[in-house]
Design a protein around this ligand. Structure first.
Ligand code: SF4
Ligand code: SF4
Length: 331
């Protein structure tokens, strides 16, 4: 019996769970172009201190090595574009980090989607009508795994491959008429689907706004980001001091950077996210520069309880604030 997943049912359930987009593709090796550019990116050292990017290259380039018997990759996107932003005159935090840690929120939704698939699959394979016309055979156990930024998988590639959008020159996944402010997640499963999506064509055209605007020229060329120069990397992942030059380029950014998304014309289509967990707290919205300067570790823990900002730790956040001020004083 050729049991398959219903793509339509999965997408309907993904929408019901709050995902903004969902697409499916056959599980297979990443294409040659992406493989070559990823390997070149690594050999040029663009991963900076994120040496984990060098690990499990075989799995990263072929999701069939992540899940035994993998047949289908399901990609989902969840909107995080904030309805209310931090006041422009105050220090800035990347939009995606305004609310609760997205890993927890997306994993819960992905687990719910995986459970739905398992239940549907079981009811499909045990349907009496099907068993009347085919040779009964015990259904294979459904085996799948969820991913959200925590395993070696090229998430943006799979979002493109499953038809959600295209990868822009700023290296973000852009969903047509919706923008790029989306978290991505995946499910890899050992069942084939009845219908697969086709990739979308790139619609950046002659635009180069993201490249021209990047304060540190981290977008060295279209579709190529050198993490070593990216403020998003430097303010979150990098350990150690920041140079005066970087401090000056940070402007008011104390955690992450949205600049290459802010200027992207496709983000004019962004609509406020409806996920309650991603809303910034009143305490965060009310933070003034003076509050940040005197922030204690205890206050930091309260302000960012359950937030992705905890990744940078208290010392890292205060280093960022210090760097901005030291650069300003040196001018
Ligand atoms: S996040 Fe900021 S620093 Fe990094 S590439 Fe985009 S604009 Fe440049
Ligand atoms: S700013 Fe322009 S070039 Fe950059 S990702 Fe958006 S559309 Fe593409």
């Amino acid at each position: 019996m050729d049991t398959t997943l219903s793509s339509e049912q999965i997408k309907a359930e993904a929408t019901r769970l709050g995902f903004s987009a969902c697409g499916l593709a056959p599980a297979e090796a990443v294409n040659d172009t992406t493989t070559a550019s990823f390997q070149q990116w690594l050999s040029d050292g663009c991963q900076a201190e994120m040496t984990y990017m060098q690990n499990y290259e075989d799995k990263r380039l072929d999701p069939r090595l992540l899940v035994e018997g993998a047949r289908t990759v399901i990609s989902v996107a969840l909107n995080y574009y904030p309805e209310t932003k931090l006041p422009e005159e105050e220090y800035q935090i990347a939009w995606y980090a305004y609310g609760k840690d997205y890993h927890d929120v997306i994993k819960a939704k992905l687990n719910a989607l995986l459970e739905f698939i398992k239940e549907k699959y079981i009811s499909f394979t045990t349907s009496p009508e099907i068993n009347l016309t085919t040779t009964p055979s015990p259904p294979l156990p459904v085996s799948g795994r969820i991913f959200c930024d925590t395993a070696p998988i090229l998430e943006r590639y799979w979002a493109w491959r499953t038809g959600l959008g295209w990868i822009g020159k700023n290296t973000q996944l852009i969903i047509p008429h919706a923008g790029s402010c989306f978290f991505l997640g995946e499910i890899i499963i050992n069942i084939a689907a009845d219908n697969y999506d086709i990739p979308q064509k790139n619609r950046c055209g002659i635009c180069t706004r993201c490249i021209n605007t990047c304060p540190t020229k981290a977008l060295e060329a279209p579709y190529r980001l050198n993490s070593e120069r990216c403020l998003s990397y430097l303010t979150i992942e990098h350990r150690g001091n920041l140079t005066l030059d970087i401090g000056q380029k940070m402007g008011k950014k104390i955690y992450g950077c949205d600049e290459c998304q802010r200027v992207c014309p496709w983000n004019r289509y962004s609509t406020p996210c409806k996920t309650e967990e991603f809303r910034p707290s009143d305490s965060l919205l009310e933070m003034k520069k003076s509050n940040w300067h005197s922030l204690t570790e205890e206050q930091y823990k309260t302000l960012f309880k359950g937030s992705a900002v905890k990744r940078v730790k208290y010392q890292g956040l205060m280093r960022n604030i210090r760097s901005i001020n030291e650069s300003a004083e040196s001018e």
